[in-house]
Design a protein around this ligand. Structure first.
Ligand code: HEC
Length: 164
């Protein structure tokens, strides 16, 4: 192969690589913006307060790789004892559309602010999904719900009974 051929191939390759890189960028840019938005929502909507162990006590400094893994500390009140689920596992078990539907309709037990999910725009719910899904689906499921009248095994945060 002559030298000029080599240069032509090199130039073609560079153009192709540039064009491909550009198209790929355009395709992922929307997703990147969505993921960044999801990260922001999770951070400011307080999801970590309950779904990330120790987040509040740390002043919100738990690294992102440890976010949303759920918590084994129960919330105990007249509804029984609830445990904030590992959202990485929960979301990895559904696709994006299923998540949007579930977020709009599920009414979790206290203290889950399910109405915050219901009132979130579809675009924001999709952003939350994309952010959570690009964190790896690791960790263990949180303890199962314990109904009223049954004493939970581990530590709990106790809510006083509602005034009569
Ligand atoms: C005050 C604590 C608290 C906050 C804040 C909170 N959650 Fe929860 N969340 C819980 C608890 C406790 C449950 C389990 C409720 C139950 O067992 O019915 C739960 C359940 C859920 C579920 C249902 C999971 C399933 O297994 O179906 C989803 C989804 C969820 N939370 C997402 C979020 C998101 C997203 C945010 C932030 C916008 C958030 N939560 C904020 C405590 C909280």
């Amino acid at each position: 192969m002559s030298r000029s051929h080599n240069i032509t191939f090199a130039a073609l390759f560079a153009v192709a690589a540039f064009a491909f890189g550009h198209a790929a960028d355009a395709a992922t840019r929307g997703d990147d913006a969505s993921i960044a938005r999801g990260r922001y929502i999770v951070r400011i909507a307080g999801c970590n307060d309950c779904h990330t162990a120790g987040y509040a006590a740390s002043g919100g400094t738990i690294p992102e790789k440890d976010w949303l893994l759920g918590d084994a500390v129960g919330w105990h009140g007249d509804w029984g004892t609830t445990y904030p689920p590992n959202l990485r596992l929960v979301l990895s078990a559904m696709n994006e559309d299923q998540w949007v539907k579930s977020a709009k309709t599920v009414q979790g037990r206290p203290p889950m602010p399910w109405f915050a999910l219901r009132d979130m725009t579809e675009q924001d719910l999709r952003a939350v999904y994309r952010f959570v899904r690009q964190l790896r689906p690791v960790g263990t499921p949180s303890p199962a719900y314990v109904p009223p009248g049954t004493t939970p095994a581990g530590p709990v945060i106790r809510f006083p009974a509602a005034p009569k």
